[in-house]
Ligand binder design. Structure first.
Ligand code: FAD
Length: 326
């Protein structure tokens, strides 16, 4: 295992005892490559997938009081984990925290719900507004933090309320206007809040038409994206200035001659240049070196600074933009 030694093994013993007392099954030295779609990353000291929100709040409080780095993730589909892993606790919000309740056109969803499952359930209920999230491989929590979506839409468009908890386990609710949703941005990237659930306001539609539109979106995604190799989706943002002056990031990176460029097993996809795929045993440092090369050439050739949509998880459990300090 390539990971650095734990910050202190004493805390780990106490953390494991706390988990067992609460019926939580912890994993130790768990490879983060198993918990992200890039399949990259060294071990987490402790990784836990809680089965109840009370378990999440207990873990967060324990980490907070004891000064232990703790990180909350969903499916890790927008994250590059460090080759050294994480010295601390990684909390995965997943399938056990994924209830959905549909009442007319209003839908309450827990953060661990997968985006594609939510899209399918609302479509079958004859509700329109989430067609664009079908095929996105993340959880609703990750989608809200990233304000993700496709086809120039974002999850924030359909949200009326976001429910969160802080590191002490206290609940805070935000109305949509308070969430600062913008292109791939939300206040939850700045503020330390765990998203527990959201309320969505959708519109009634024709079930068959909605399902047919989703099938078409999935077909297009399979045609355009390299889905057979591990990746985190789009690496760079298609911000308004880039789109206006030069076009979408994939086309820009292709025009700079990067399609197929390889560092170790990290490869700029020959199908879509805004994807960096893992062709086998790519390391985080290969991906970061490729990102650096692309940004340098974009700046030298176009005078434009590319920014990243994907985030990097440092060994101290801090999340940073992939391009920070590159
Ligand atoms: C093949 C592929 C295609 C993709 N296509 C798209 C696309 O079309 N559109 C798009 O927007 N994205 C796309 N993505 C990126 C990614 O799927 C989205 O950003 C997704 O919303 C991330 O969700 P996640 O659960 O994986 O979050 P993670 O990657 O696990 O986390 C992302 C961020 O959210 C935080 N987070 C996660 N859950 C919570 C929570 N409950 N509370 C607080 N913080 C939380 C994490 O700490 C991190 O900062 C794609 C990725 C892949 C691999």
């Amino acid at each position: 295992m390539s990971g650095a030694p734990s910050i202190d093994t004493g805390w780990r013993h106490t953390a494991l005892t706390l988990c067992r007392r609460r019926g939580i099954v912890p994993l130790t030295d768990e490879p983060l490559s198993r918990h992200g779609t890039w399949r990259i990353g060294g071990p987490a000291d402790v990784l836990i997938e809680p089965r109840a929100w009370e378990q999440v709040s207990a873990l967060l409080r324990y980490a907070d009081v004891n000064g232990i780095p703790a990180l909350v993730i969903g499916k890790g589909s927008n994250l590059l984990f460090d080759d050294q892993g994480v010295r601390g606790i990684v909390i995965v919000i997943g399938r056990s925290l994924a209830r959905i309740a549909v009442q007319g056109t209003v839908v309450q969803v827990e953060a661990g719900t997968s985006a594609s499952r939510l899209a399918r359930i609302t479509a079958v209920a004859g509700l329109s507004g989430l067609e664009h999230i079908v095929g996105i491989p993340g959880t609703l929590g990750g989608l809200v933090v990233m304000n993700g979506g496709s086809l120039r839409q974002a999850i924030g468009d359909a949200i009326t309320e976001v429910r969160t908890m802080d590191r002490r386990g206290d609940a805070h609710v935000y109305r949509r206007e308070e969430c600062d949703f913008a292109y791939r941005q939300s206040r939850f990237q700045r503020e330390d809040r765990i998203v527990t659930g959201v309320t969505l306001a959708l519109t009634s539609g024709n079930r068959r038409a909605i399902l047919s539109q989703m099938r078409e979106i999935l077909r297009e995604r399979r045609r355009k994206f390299p889905l057979t190799l591990p990746s985190c989706g789009s690496v760079f943002k298609g911000d308004a200035q880039l789109l206006r002056k030069f076009g979408p990031p994939g086309a820009v990176i292709e025009s700079l001659g990067f399609k197929g460029t390889r560092l170790g097993d990290a490869v700029v996809s020959p199908l879509h240049a805004n994807f960096i795929v893992n062709a086998g045993a790519a390391r985080a440092r290969d991906v970061l070196a490729l990102v650096r090369l692309i940004r340098q050439r974009a700046f030298e050739t176009l005078g434009h600074t590319l920014t990243c949509e994907a985030k990097r998880v440092r060994p101290d459990a801090q999340i940073r933009p992939l391009d920070e300090a590159i």
